[in-house]
Design a protein around this ligand. Sequence first.
Ligand code: 13P
Ligand code: SF4
Length: 366
Amino acid sequence: MQEMISADGIHVPAAVLARGTGAMTAAERYGVLPMPSLAWTPEVEAATAHLYAKVSHVIPAIEWPFYAPYIKAINDLKKQRNAVILAHNYMTPEIYHCVADVVGDSLQLAKEATRADADIIIQGGVHFMAETSKILNPDKTVLIPDSRAGCSLAASITGDDIKLLRRRYPGVPIVAYVNTSADVKAEVDICCTSSNAVKVVESFGVDRVIMVPDQYLARWVASQTKIRIIAWKGACEVHERFTGDELNRYRLDDPSVSIIAHPECPPDVIAAADFTGSTAHMIKWVKDHKPKRLVMITECSMADNVASEVQGTEMIRPCNLCPHMKRISLPKILDSLVYMKDEVVVDPAVAARAVGSVQRMIDLKI
Ligand code: 13P
Ligand code: SF4
């Protein structure tokens, strides 16, 4: 078989033609670019100085010459590839402040994915977030810099489990946290995030709702509404490690300290906190209240990212790292742009069913 040049000028190897162009990988569709120079030069220093100002509180000056060449290369290649980076609030500061186009919690990222005006979406986050972007943008190329970036909640339940729940509780609506696979999203009635979970549950106007997979988010929602919640037994491996005793010790040390927690935490942690909310709601709370001393009970990078935006708040960091989020790094983002990997692929039949539950959540506009 002959090699050919496609209409958009991309060289299509004979082996790909033999498979059929529908099966082309992203690298075959877009081509691989040369790896840019990663030297620390006066030009790199000048081009990134305004970005260093945003992260100088957490990145020592001696380390900047390592980060800056990656940041410049990524920002240049984003333009060349017509790509956007959607980054979750748990991305490290050099990603969050220096290469991301959009930052936010799961809900904001899902909404922004529908507005993305680019050919390529690079997800700075975990796999379920990239899948959600792909489900909402079936015609765009969605890349995740490390496809092993999973989530203990998403791993705790399958589409078949939802089918069993349907048989066990006929007629009871099923709400899935977005921290689930496309297979699960395809089987449920609607999705929710920790920003809108209470309102999503109440949107059905019934007295019983099933919530999967986070038992702690479900318990927190149950404490905020009269609706009976039937919960799955999943948990976030990062947030379930916090304890109420730990929080009480911070209060004993300094009774004036403010403590805010994510709803994926166990109930004794939430009971000991001054405020509970999604990552975006936590950031808003800090900006609104400007506490003097603050403990953020969530993933470590959040406090680093918020610290540069809120002056006058001393962050006490009893945080836990999410090993999945931390798989995403500047070198891997650069590899994504150069080699067009790892492409997120969702079976179109599954995506066509899953999009309904995500879109119903977005359409509630809450
Ligand atoms: P948010 O939607 O609050 O950003 O939470 C996502 C997540 O994975 C928290 O662990
Ligand atoms: Fe999943 Fe927890 Fe990591 Fe969030 S912090 S991605 S819920 S494991």
